[in-house]
Design a protein around this ligand. Structure first.
Ligand SMILES: O=C(O)CCC(=O)c1ccccc1C(=O)O
Ligand SMILES: [Mg+2]
Length: 332
């Protein structure tokens, strides 16, 4: 994999006080459109313990992004939790692509036996979603597991109807991730389907990340270190939710994926593959040793941003990040 573009920026005083001695802006291409974006960019922070990542999407304001900065700071300055397993099983993530491309992604996934298929995207209808899911089953065989992620796109009735069709196309779904926007809708969907429900946005973008569990609205919680404010806070969410957890990435570089695998490796219970095989969606990475699965699993480790810095991120993007970082620091 080639290098992401990397540029040094000045360390803000608020971060230097907290132990950060280096800040980089990165920019990496994506192989397929994902979440309406084609390039991924963000910040990497270096401290005494190594590298952390802060890469909130551009539609997030400074207050919400402060959790992502907190996660980056924690990763750079605090030790990782002790692992209780030395491999983390992962899923291949299938964006809205053709059935043929879906099969290719699975075949090239480094042995992943679980596929997460994005569905309910504006660029795809239910028939196409079913075709993509059926292609995933054909590629994985009967032993594979298939989950779908609707990113909150459906109403309750739409979700119930779509899940029944997708479950048939998949010859059995492992779970459906965030079928509807609200906790209340998730609870209603969950009562009407047999496929388990996983909460993602209802955890990572909620005022109270545990409310969805308390409401009995989900079977599984998706936890992402950056939006939850770091590894310690994510562990606390899992503990208080009392549900099975799936650790996923927010389309992190290998630096963030390394932190995510450490989080997953430290969970007392891990019953599902984690969504951490996402560097395969990138055209470049910030490290010379990307966190890629082998035998369907990742080995938890810290990842260094060790690609040479060529100051090659477009100037306008660097300026936007400097300005944004100043605003987020005020929200810490
Ligand atoms: O869970 C995975 O397989 C990969 C991560 C993923 O899908 C994702 C990545 C960035 C932003 C949102 C999401 C999501 O789960 O909705
Ligand atoms: Mg999701």
């Amino acid at each position: 994999m080639k290098s992401a573009a990397l540029t040094h920026v000045q360390v803000p005083e608020a971060l230097r006080r907290r132990g950060i001695d280096e800040v980089l802006v990165f920019q990496a291409g994506l192989r397929h459109r994902f979440r309406r974006i084609e390039v991924r960019d963000g910040l990497l922070l270096h401290g005494e313990q190594g590298w952390g990542e802060c890469s909130p999407f551009w539609d997030y304001g400074a207050t919400e992004s402060a959790s992502w900065l907190h996660a980056g700071l924690e990763a750079a300055t605090r030790p990782l939790p002790a692992p209780v397993r030395d491999l983390v099983e992962v899923n291949v993530t299938i964006p809205v692509v053709s059935p043929t491309q879906a099969r290719r992604l699975i075949a090239a996934s480094g042995g992943c036996m679980t596929a997460k298929v994005k569905v309910a995207d504006p660029g795809s209808d239910l028939r196409q979603d079913c075709a993509r899911v059926a292609a995933a089953r054909a590629e994985l065989g009967p032993e594979g597991r298939i989950r779908v992620d609707a990113n909150a796109a459906w109403s309750v009735d739409e979700a119930v109807a779509a899940v029944i069709e997708l479950d048939a196309a998949a010859e059995g779904l492992e779970y459906v991730e965030q079928p509807c926007p609200s906790v209340e809708e998730l609870a209603r969907v969950r009562r009407r389907i047999t496929v388990p429900v996983a909460a993602d946005e209802s955890v990572r973008r909620a005022d109270d990340p545990v409310a969805v569990a308390r409401a009995g609205a989900a079977d599984i919680v998706i936890v992402k270190a950056q939006p939850l404010g770091g590894v310690a806070r994510a562990l606390d969410v899992v503990d208080r939710a009392g549900l099975d957890a799936v650790v996923s990435s927010a389309l992190d570089t290998s630096v963030g994926l390394g932190i995510g695998t450490a989080l997953a490796a430290s969970l007392p219970r891990l019953g599902h593959a984690c969504g951490l095989a996402t560097i395969e969606l990138f055209t470049g990475d910030v490290t010379t040793s990307p966190l890629l699965p082998e035998g369907g699993a990742l080995v938890p480790r810290r990842v260094e941003a060790d690609q040479p810095v060529h100051q090659d991120v477009p100037r306008a993007l660097v300026d936007r990040w400097v300005e944004r970082l100043t605003a987020i620091c005020h929200e810490l």
